[in-house]
Every structure is written in C-alpha cells, then in structure tokens.
Design a protein around this ligand. Structure first.
Ligand code: HEM
Length: 250
C-alpha cells in the first residue's frame, strides 16, 4: 500500500501537475489571449503595492536561483566547482533565508493590502485570494524547511534525495523512493509547490511568462489628447519631454 501511495504522490501526481500546467497555459493563451495579464491594481493603491511588489519580486529571483542550484545541479558538479557541502549549506541557509524572507515579507504586504484596502478587495476575484493563500502556504513551508528544519535538526542534504528525484522526473526516469525518504517537512512543501504549478495557468500569475523585455528598447508610446488645443500626455501624465518622444509609436 505504501509503495502505491509513494508512486501516486511522487510519480503520478507530479506528472498530472505538469500536464495540467502545460495544457492549462496553452488553453488559457488560446482561449483568452487578452486576459493574459497581471491585472494591475496600481490605479487603486500605489504605496503598499510599491513596497510589496518590489520585495516580493526581487526576493523571488533569489528563490528561483536557489531552486535551480539545489534541484537541477547535481552535488558532484558543485564539488567539481570547489563548493564543499558545508559552504553549499551556508549559502542555502543565508542566501535562501534572506531571499525567501524578502519574498515572504513582500507577499504578506501584498496580502494585507488586498484584504485590508476596500477598493482593492472589492475589485479582486476569488482566484486572486486563492493565489495569495497558496503562495503564502508554499513559501511559508519553504522557509520552514530552509530555516526551521536547519535550526532544529541541522542541514538536510536534499540534493541527494529531492534534487535527484526532481532531475529523474524531468528526464522521465522518476524514482519515487528518493522522495519517499525525505522528511515530511520537505514532502509537504514539494506537494504544495506542485499544486501551485497546477493552479498557475488559471490565475493572474501567467504574466510571469510575458516578462516585457522589449520595454528596454521599445519606442515611447504617445497618448494624444481627444481635445484639440490641449497638450498630449505621456503615460506618466506629463507632457513629452523631448522631440524624440513624439517620434514614438502611436
Ligand atoms: C515542486 C517544486 C518544488 C520543489 C521540489 C521545491 C524544493 C524546495 C527545497 C528542497 C527547499 C529547501 C531549500 C534549502 O533549504 O536550501 C525549498 C525552499 C523554498 N521554496 Fe521550494 N520547491 C518547489 C516549489 C516551490 C514554489 C512553487 C515556491 C514558491 C513560489 C517555492 C518557494 C520556496 C521558498 C520561499 C523556500 C525557502 C527559501 C529558499 O530556500 O529559497 N518552492 N524548496
């Protein structure tokens, strides 16, 4: 029975999650291309959004780098690069703890803003609250692993179990027993992470796949006034600062 459950949790469910993730993104993009947006609420409230957003997104960059290091790069490669196990765990604890803490602090601010500020709350959908709740759960559990588990029991070398399981999963040679041997703390975080990927295509988080790199070299957009005689404005609200702005796309 345990073998069947292990196979379900660590082979069946991850592939179901991956299928729903990829299929969901394709379905969402083809059925609702204009709904593929982060639905900015900046117009409703700016100050808390600025703090929460910046902390969350910069922290998340560190978290993603940490996951790539810990899950995709085998410990043998770390050793070849001269990174000892002790140094790896120190980097994971301090680097992961700092970036995870920053992202979680940003997420808490964004959650308080969405729930506490009425005009933001009433313009939110159930999917917005579900997204925030799930992110709080996944990231809270991740921090419990990185900081809580290490402080209570010492460093756990998940690169040999969770990392090896993850690499097996993405190379289509899954091994459930690797994940079954990991501590429950880590197992719960990984299951929550998989559930998060399953729901992502149906939330505003799809915007993460449209990072607007073209903004860097795009021409200015000029907003023309409907009223003749009045100056056209820029997205910031002021008059265009230079003749160059006038040559932008309509
Ligand atoms: C199935 C996918 C995932 C796996 C296998 C996984 C695995 C892990 C592991 C092993 C740790 C401990 C790292 C350490 O102690 O050094 C961790 C920490 C963490 N995870 Fe995940 N995770 C997954 C998905 C996610 C997702 C989707 C998020 C958030 C959106 C997330 C957020 C975090 C955070 C905030 C931490 C603590 C900070 C850090 O170490 O980076 N994880 N995760």
């Amino acid at each position: 029975m345990t073998v069947v459950l292990d196979l379900f949790f660590w082979v069946g469910f991850p592939y179901i999650a991956l299928t729903v993730f990829v299929g969901g993104l394709v379905w969402r993009y083809s059925s609702d291309p204009y709904g593929w947006t982060s639905k900015s609420s900046e117009i409703l409230e700016k100050r808390w959004l600025a703090w929460g957003n910046v902390l969350f997104h910069y922290g998340l960059v560190g978290v993603v780098v940490g996951h790539v290091m810990g899950l995709l790069i085998p410990p043998t490669v770390d050793a070849q690069l001269g990174l000892s196990t002790g140094t790896y765990h120190a980097v994971a604890l301090y680097g992961g703890g700092a970036s995870g803490g920053m992202a979680l602090a940003g997420l808490v601010i964004l959650t308080i803003r969405r729930v506490g500020i009425k005009r933001v709350r009433v313009s939110s959908t159930p999917s917005d609250f579900l997204t925030l709740g799930l992110l709080l759960g996944v990231m809270g559990l991740g921090m419990a692993d990185t900081v809580g588990y290490t402080v209570m029991f010492g460093p756990y070398d998940y690169r040999d179990t969770i990392g090896a399981w993850f690499r097996g999963l993405v190379t289509f040679s899954p091994n459930a027993s690797l994940m079954a041997s990991a501590p429950l703390w880590f197992q719960v975080h990984v299951l929550a992470g998989l559930a998060f990927f399953m729901l992502l295509p149906f939330t505003r988080l799809v915007h993460m796949f449209s990072v607007p790199f073209h903004y860097l070299n795009r021409k200015f957009i000029v907003f023309r006034s409907r009223h003749p005689g009045r100056a056209p404005t820029t997205p910031g609200g002021g008059e265009p600062a230079s003749a160059e702005m006038w040559s932008g796309e309509p």
